[in-house]
Design a protein around this ligand. Structure first.
Ligand code: FPP
Length: 241
């Protein structure tokens, strides 16, 4: 571990909200001569490293991209496997997350996934609602453009044209989780350098951090490295200083 990573600790200059694009499960597995599903399984274990790291460093908000609106076009077998894994994750991790003070939320569409899965998600949200140590948001059947389209639809349902034009604050209120602060830092693993439709509205001023590591290899040290680099960035939000 580098000195920088060693020195990362609870700090005022830590990001409040980190969003993570967990990429590279498939390549991680294929490189080892294994099935893509093994990569996803190892990827779900790496989520535990992220959560432990966030708790240790007192990062209050984490959002992870678990299944995108575009992921439906993967082979049915892989889609089914990913949903089984998510269901298993919810079942297996609920007690520990509850005990550690983690509040879980889900963003994304709920009209295209099974009723039993939605019931499990709602149970997890209900049972962790009073937790305050870490807010963990899972994006499932989530796409940033889809979220904006749904927000506009909902806004038009409650507003009449006579009420005039829409401000960004108005639109923000209709996003999936308007109570969350915008992400300060977006991490993407596997060497790809794009947002892939993740939080495209909220990440307008986020710092972006990329690593060649595949998601299953993500550890608390990776998180510490990302935060150490973030602390060296100079955020101007469009202003001069
Ligand atoms: C990207 O890897 C990852 C996904 C599409 C899904 C993310 C899912 C997990 C990390 C596991 C399940 C998560 C939870 C919370 C239980 P990829 O398949 O696109 O990898 P590749 O680019 O190498 O093909």
């Amino acid at each position: 571990m580098s000195n920088q990573a060693n020195s990362t600790q609870v700090n005022d200059s830590n990001p409040r909200h980190i969003a993570v694009i967990m990429d590279g499960n498939g390549r991680w597995a294929l490189n080892k001569g294994n099935q893509r599903s093994d990569g996803h399984r190892a990827g779900s274990e790496a989520v535990r490293n992220l959560v432990s790291g966030a708790l240790d460093l007192q990062i209050p908000y984490i959002t992870i991209y678990a299944f995108s609106t575009e992921n439906w076009s993967r082979p049915k077998m892989e889609v089914d496997f990913l949903f089984r894994l998510l269901a298993h994750f919810i079942e297996k991790e609920l007690a520990e997350l509850k005990e550690k003070g983690v509040r879980v939320r889900f963003i994304g569409r709920r009209d295209r996934i099974s009723k039993s899965m939605v019931a499990q998600m709602e149970k997890m949200e209900r049972e962790t609602i009073t937790n305050t140590k870490l807010s963990l948001t899972l994006a499932i059947d989530y796409g940033g453009r889809d979220e904006i389209h749904r927000a506009v639809d909902r806004m038009l349902e409650v507003r009449t044209v006579a009420e005039g034009s829409c401000s960004s604050a108005d639109l923000h209120d209709f996003l999936d989780a308007p109570e969350l602060p915008d992400p300060d830092l977006v991490i993407r693993t596997s060497g790809e350098m794009r947002l892939s439709n993740f939080l495209i509205y909220q990440a307008a001023y986020a710092e972006l951090w990329f690593t060649e590591e595949y998601w299953p290899d993500f550890t608390q040290k990776t998180l510490a490295r990302a935060i150490a680099d973030y602390q060296k960035r100079h955020r101007r939000f469009g202003k001069i200083k």
